[in-house]
Design a protein around this ligand. Structure first.
Ligand SMILES: [Zn+2]
Length: 425
């Protein structure tokens, strides 16, 4: 018995030695990280390497599978643990396995829950990342944000929609219109793009989502208002897609939530930004807009085949009116933020933020606080403070809507059934 064990041990040692000898000849590119980002919009698989790698993707039917072959790549711990990152609730991937397929090729097989439209592309090193190979799985029919809203509304109870809020602002606060005001809330960053990071490790993308969810809850509790989040989990959404979502639901307003870092750690206070048609109103605003627009590089957008600057050609005279209203909204929100936090700047600043470029929707970007400032980072993590920020933004939105109720137009209100009998009046 002992002898057999020893033999086995010897065999093991020999195998190890052989592996070691063979290793230099087979040495491939190690995958330093493998990440999965599931979401209702799409699921993304990211493989990060130090050098660019060659790959091929093909699909196999019965059962529906997607195969990703990686050339000259080492099968290491990152790929080995990849299947464990798969979540049962992933809308697209049922099972995932990775392993050596043939000499020099590592194969990743995704068993699918539905037929997908797959997109693979590479990203050059940026920010904290090396080379990235990205595989995005999109549904054949993209989810309709409008349908999501209607589905949600079905769950909202008909009575007791607005138990609070009425007492403190009476009639004056509620928008005077027979149409619901649709507010799209955009939690900045997400997924591959963590946004700014505080000294204690707080990630901007997490804080923005928490504040945005609170804001949505408060808005939905108002009679005459309804909110939609551009993203409600941790994944990256290209800036243009955020704008497109707002336009698809014919949003009245778009509010993008952020909590950025600044070069100076002592920078503190809240700020509000609107789009500038020409030049930024300050060097800091220009710097911040450039940084926010880089989100697409960090978050990862496939540049092939799409004119992502199409939206810019839509800029026209109507943009001037939209920007004027963005400034009005921004001033109202800034005034309310001033009651709970110091203001970084006393007025709304302007720069060329890509997420604010919807030509027909007044849009603002709220920098709730500086995550780079240690005391503000602490407050950003505080649930009660997140709620105060959300309530302040809501109060600003209501101030704006009081003066500028949503215009009557064929939108959500005109949809059959969706709103039946659930008006507050
Ligand atoms: Zn940001």
């Amino acid at each position: 018995m002992a002898r057999r064990c020893a033999e086995a041990l010897v065999a093991g040692v020999v195998a190890l030695i052989l592996l070691h000898i063979a290793a230099p000849a087979l040495a491939g590119e190690p995958v330093v990280a493998a990440r999965l980002w599931p979401s209702p919009d799409y699921t993304r698989l990211t493989l990060e390497t130090r050098n660019e790698i060659k790959y091929s993707v093909f699909s196999v039917a019965d059962p529906e599978r997607l195969v990703l072959d990686l050339q000259g790549v080492d099968f290491g711990p990152a790929l080995e643990s990849l299947p464990r990152n798969l979540r049962a609730e992933d809308p697209f991937i049922a099972q995932l396995r990775a392993g050596r397929n043939r000499p020099g090729v590592v194969r990743v097989v995704l068993e699918l829950k539905q037929v997908v439209r797959a997109q693979a592309f590479t990203l050059r090193p940026v920010a904290q990342y090396g080379h990235r190979l990205v595989l995005d799985l999109y549904p054949l029919v993209p989810p309709d944000p409008l349908a999501a809203l209607i589905a949600l509304d079905g769950k909202v109870p008909k009575v007791g929609v607005a138990p609070k809020g009425k007492a403190d602002d009476g009639d004056a606060g509620a928008p005077r219109s027979d149409r619901l005001a649709m507010i799209v809330i955009d939690p900045g960053h997400g997924g591959e793009d963590p946004g700014a990071r505080g000294r204690r490790g707080t990630q901007e993308k997490d804080v923005t989502l928490l504040i945005a969810r609170r804001l949505k809850a408060h808005i939905d509790a108002e009679p005459g208002m309804r909110a939609l989040l551009t993203r409600d989990s941790d994944y990256y959404l290209p800036l243009q897609v955020r704008v497109d979502k707002a336009r698809r639901v014919k949003a009245d307003l778009l509010v993008s939530i952020h909590a950025d870092a600044y070069i100076r750690p002592h920078a503190h206070g809240s700020s509000v930004f609107a789009l500038s048609e020409r030049r930024a109103t300050s060097e800091a605003a220009r710097w911040l807009a450039k940084k926010e627009n880089e989100a697409d590089l960090i978050g990862g957008v496939n540049l092939d085949g799409k004119d992502r600057y199409l939206a810019q050609t839509l800029l026209d005279l109507s943009q001037t009116a939209t920007i004027d209203h963005s400034l009005r909204l921004g001033n109202a929100v800034l005034a309310e933020l001033g009651t709970i936090n110091t203001l970084h700047k006393p007025r709304v600043e302007q720069a060329s933020f890509a997420v604010l470029k919807a030509p027909d929707i007044p849009s603002i970007l709220v920098e709730t606080a500086f995550i780079s400032n240690p005391s503000e980072e602490k407050r950003l993590n505080d649930r009660a403070y997140q709620d105060r920020l959300a309530r302040a933004i809501l109060a600003g939105i209501k101030q704006y809507l009081k003066r500028h109720p949503p215009q009557q137009r064929p939108t959500l209100a005109a949809l059959p059934d969706a709103r039946g009998g659930r008006r507050a009046e």
